[in-house]
Design a protein around this ligand. Structure first.
Ligand code: PEP
Length: 249
């Protein structure tokens, strides 16, 4: 049995005060929830407020990115050392918005992933095809390439805490959701690739989340698929009631 992970990606939304307000409303709604792991990933600036608010609760706080160097002249970047000093141990890596707008490549995803795993983090590594790739029938090849490159020269032992998120780019923030069947098929491709790279046992324990317009209304159908081990939620995670409803699908 794989414990599901329900993770929130707040992208570039909320101030520290709004972060505190969210946790004030959200925590009582999920305080008795033990079935799944819950992670909230706010912008860097909100991490201290989130950590302070979530202290002693069943909700972990994660970052949305991390650099692969421990320190250095890398303006605008954040290191694992800095995140650990705050008390952060979860991080989203390779989100499609980073790939699309900030020059993230399969190779930089690999560097970030290696560093995060080395530091004992639980990385949520995002993969997924754009619409043209899906329409061209290239989805499986894209997922295989993204996984092969992201996991390059990482051992199964090192990758133990790895979580993968399948996020079809055409479904992110668009209101279009992959059907549970489409998502489950893509998850099977990712699991097969993980099995080829890390071995069968590793792959059978690997948690693969679905992300792309998950809402309270579709969470249960998606989570009902055996292949889907949780959700990475953008827009619908910004509201405490809506994210709590997804957690409790
Ligand atoms: C995301 O940002 O990872 C995401 C899935 O966004 P949304 O739920 O808004 O589609």
């Amino acid at each position: 049995m794989r414990t599901k992970v329900i993770a929130a990606n707040w992208k570039m939304y909320k101030t520290p005060d709004q972060t505190r307000d969210f946790f004030r409303d959200f925590l009582p709604l999920v305080s008795d929830h033990t079935r799944d792991e819950i992670v909230v990933c706010p912008p860097f600036l909100d991490l201290p407020a989130a950590l302070e608010s979530a202290k002693g609760s069943n909700v972990a706080v994660g970052a949305q990115n991390v650099h692969w160097k421990e320190e250095g002249a890398f303006t605008g970047e954040t290191s694992v050392v800095q995140l650990v000093a705050l008390g952060i141990h979860h991080v989203i890596i390779g989100h499609s918005e980073r790939r699309q707008y900030f020059g993230e490549t399969d190779d930089t995803v690999n560097l970030r992933l290696k560093t995060a795993l080395e530091a004992g983090f639980t990385p949520i590594c995002c993969v997924g095809e754009v619409l043209e790739e899906r329409e061209a029938g290239a989805t499986d090849d894209v997922l295989r390439r993204q996984c092969t490159r992201a996991f390059h020269s990482i051992s199964a032992k090192k990758a133990a805490k790895l979580v993968v998120a399948y996020e079809p780019v055409w479904a992110i923030g668009t209101g279009k959701t992959a059907t549970p069947e489409i998502a489950a098929e893509a998850h099977a491709v990712i699991r097969h690739e993980a099995s080829r790279i890390f071995g069968e046992e590793f792959a059978s324990n690997l948690r693969i989340l679905y992300g792309g317009s998950v809402k309270p209304e579709n969470a249960s159908a998606l989570m009902g698929q055996e292949e889907i081990d949780g959700a990475l939620v953008g827009g619908a995670s910004l509201d405490a009631k809506s994210f709590a409803a997804i957690v409790k699908y």
